[in-house]
Design a protein around this ligand. Structure first.
Ligand code: ZN
Ligand code: ZN
Length: 175
């Protein structure tokens, strides 16, 4: 059962919801639709962590580019195919991002966002996101990057699909 909420918390939630409703009604609905630049700047953890890996491998001379979209597009046979993006296409489900050279076991450091449980003060536990510096061997990082790209191509497909859906909606006549 959910813990009982205090009156103050209930009131805060009610106000937040009411404000959001008012705001939604006050502005024309197309204002909230994503723009081209929103699509290019998804700031989620999948994006940022994969980006950290790509730029590290690019700096080491293992990747030809650190552009994630370019790398992801190169490992599917059809950009419009959901099956390719979701790893359900026999032709490209196991396609890996091509690396420029063999990755040895030199150690390299890179950043990743990670969630941790912090116990601060009087045993109040909270989940916090921290930027961690990690050290791993190049071949391990390459392997991790390949695994991430499998998730990333799916993520990219979903973002593009949502963006296309919004565009279509915008073009359709007003109800
Ligand atoms: Zn993202
Ligand atoms: Zn495919």
């Amino acid at each position: 059962m959910a813990p009982a909420l205090s009156a103050a918390e209930l009131q805060r939630q009610y106000r937040a919801k009411r404000d959001a409703d008012l705001e939604r009604r006050a502005r024309p609905f197309w204002v909230v639709r994503p723009t081209e630049s929103d699509r290019k700047t998804c700031l989620c953890k999948i994006h940022e962590n994969t980006e950290f890996l790509a730029s590290t491998l690019y700096k080491c001379g293992l990747l030809s580019t650190k552009n994630l979209e370019q790398l992801a597009d190169a490992i599917v046979c059809n950009l419009d195919s959901k099956a390719c993006a979701y790893g359900e296409c026999d032709a490209c489900s196991t396609t890996a991002v091509s690396t420029l050279r063999h990755a040895p076991n030199n150690m390299i450091t890179f950043f990743q966002w990670a969630t941790e449980t912090s116990t601060s003060g009087e045993e109040k536990k909270s989940i916090i996101t921290v930027k961690k510096e990690l050290t791993k061997s190049e071949d391990e990082v390459v392997e991790e990057f390949q695994e991430r790209m499998v998730k990333f191509r799916k993520h990219l497909f979903n973002i593009r699909w949502q963006y296309k859906a919004y565009r279509k909606l915008r073009k359709s006549p007003e109800p």
